[in-house]
Design a protein around this ligand. Structure first.
Ligand SMILES: [Mn+2]
Length: 563
């Protein structure tokens, strides 16, 4: 405003000058025409100039008066605003001096049972630190303060900007800042509430429902099942959560994060509680629980919860896994693993695998790094399946564990297996648009023989028997993951058995599969189930010479047992 006033003033002056010049010219012209008018002309002109001067001065005085008022008003307004500010304010120097506190500051903080100066000196310290860092960078010193502060049970956002203070006597440079304390307790509470009440989706499964319902008599069955359900419903209502039975042995649960955290603190006591249910025949009911908060909406969360419970089941059940804030937490999991497999799965997988291979350009088989008899044996079993389907197959293998060399030398005696084993580079070169990669005896991303293959091939199949870990290959299109199986070779033998194809395993392949089972079960003593023997029986039918295998791996078995 003062600026534009000044401009008007300028134009006003120049305009007056112009008028005076014009009037002067006119009077001179008149005087030339009539000499008698010279004296009156001079008098009139002098009067005009005098009048103009007078009005000019008057106007100037008025304007400066107005400007003065304006500045005064702004100053007063600023000062009063500062003093009566609705926020607590304080002016502090970086040397620790508190120059001024607003009235609100005093009423807000000084009555409390705290030393507000300590809080202030903390802020000053952090300002000093930023200034020092900036001085190192030789940046212009002018900065802002923006921190959060919790004073008793109130949250504040502290804002401000600091400037160099003009002091001549002190050598050290000091800075002054006004700090605004804006209370945002409500916002913070709201934020916490949103976090606390974030919905988590869970799945609960009775691990051995099938077994229990098959083996107990029908008179007590309803009673036992009702008991198990009651435990689950009671547990959920303890955490104010909704639980819905979706299947005979499966439940869907919605729980708010706050309560899920309580359940975690309680270490999912339900896992132990259900075991107290008295079931005859030494049967012990166990649960698998999977919860997740991962996802934008409940659909995504349910999807994630399904993967989580798959991991829980894959690890042998009787445990709870919670995926929260991107991290997995594991609870329970102490009972002995129970065999819980159906042959249906093997049949389905066998069929699906056949379809996949038939559509493929070629197939690459890969075990884990430092391959053992199980990874090689299962690879060789699948190699025969793929060949029977008339497709090209390669086994990528560069490293081998202890005592596998004997076997590989023997295998490579046959012309076919001289070409079947390839190096990492050969495997990568053989990738076609429609290549299928079958990973055997592991499911861990970083444990496979050639991790690059996982990225380069789209269609990945996993056949494994190890306890599920979080580092699993995520994008597999077909997974045959049975933790109750003794070995990958056992699973592959089942696939071959149910393939409904006339597969003629060669002598070395039968031996490799059998040796794989033998080594992983420590000669049929460890993790050996009914189906392990069934697989062995099938291999025997395929013309297995047990004595020959034993002779080969005698030394290996010894080293294995020593280890
Ligand atoms: Mn194995």
């Amino acid at each position: 405003m003062p600026n534009s006033n000044y401009k008007n003033w300028e134009t006003f002056i120049s305009r007056t000058k112009l008028y005076l010049i014009i009037i002067g010219i006119l009077i001179i012209t008149i005087c030339i025409l009539n000499y008698r008018l010279i004296v009156p002309g001079i008098i009139v002109y002098a009067l005009i100039i005098a009048y103009t001067n007078w009005t000019d001065n008057k106007r100037k005085a008025e304007l400066s008066e107005q400007l003065k008022d304006l500045t005064l008003n702004v100053n007063t307004t600023a000062k009063t605003t500062l003093i009566n500010s609705p926020f607590p304010l304080a002016i502090v120097e970086t040397n620790g001096n508190i120059i001024w506190k607003s009235e609100k500051f005093v009423t807000e903080f000084e009555s409390l049972d705290i030393n507000i100066n300590e809080y202030l000196s903390e802020i000053v310290k952090s300002i000093k630190l930023t200034i020092e860092n900036k001085e190192d960078n030789k940046e212009k010193i002018k900065g802002t303060v923006n921190t959060n502060l919790k004073i008793q049970n109130k949250d504040y956002k502290v804002l401000g900007s600091y400037v160099k203070s003009h002091k001549h006597h002190s050598k050290e440079q000091e800075y002054t800042t006004i700090l605004y304390f804006i209370e945002d307790t409500y916002l913070k509470n709201l934020e916490q509430k949103v976090k606390d009440f974030k919905m988590c989706v869970g799945m609960i499964m009775i691990d051995n429902y099938e077994e229990i319902s098959q083996r107990i008599s029908s008179e007590i069955k309803p009673q036992i099942i009702a008991k198990m359900e009651k435990y689950i419903y009671d547990w959920a209502s303890k955490y104010n959560s909704l639980v819905i039975k979706t299947d005979r042995d499966a439940f869907f649960c919605l729980m708010e994060k706050k309560y899920l955290k309580q359940a975690e603190k309680d270490k999912f006591s339900i896992l132990d509680e259900v075991k107290d249910i008295d079931v005859p025949d030494m049967l012990q009911p166990t649960l698998s629980i999977g919860f997740s908060d991962d996802g934008e909406n409940n659909v995504e969360k349910a999807e994630s919860a399904r993967t989580v419970i798959d991991i829980a089941l894959g690890r042998g059940g009787d445990q709870a896994i919670v995926k929260m804030d991107g991290r997995y937490q594991f609870f329970g999991g102490r009972t002995q693993e129970v065999e819980k497999r159906t042959k249906v799965k093997a049949r389905i997988v066998s069929h699906a695998l056949r379809e996949l291979i038939s559509e493929a350009d070629n197939v690459i088989l890969m075990g884990h790094s430092n391959g053992d008899m199980d990874s090689i044996g299962s690879s060789m079993g699948l190699y025969r399946l793929i060949k029977t389907l008339g497709k090209e197959a390669k086994i990528v293998n560069e490293t081998t564990g202890i005592g596998l060399d004997n076997f590989l030398t023997e295998a490579k005696k046959s012309e076919e297996y001289q070409d079947a084993f390839v190096t990492k580079q050969e495997a990568i070169n053989s990738i076609k648009p429609n290549t299928v990669l079958i990973v055997v005896d592991t499911h861990k991303k970083n444990y496979v023989e050639v991790p690059e293959l996982l990225e380069k091939v789209n269609k990945i199949v996993i056949i494994d028997h190890h306890r599920r870990s979080t580092d699993y290959i995520e994008n597999a299109i077909l997974t045959f993951h049975e933790v109750y199986a003794s070995s990958a070779s056992e699973l592959v033998t089942e696939i071959l058995e149910y393939s409904q194809l006339d597969i003629e395993l060669t002598q070395i392949e039968v031996e490799a599969l059998y040796a794989g089972i033998m080594l992983d079960t420590k000669n049929f003593t460890f993790k050996t189930g009914v189906r392990t023997f069934e697989a062995a029986a099938y291999l025997r039918k395929c013309g297995l010479d047990i004595i020959k295998v034993k002779k080969w791996f005698q030394s290996d078995l010894q080293t294995y047992q020593i280890r």
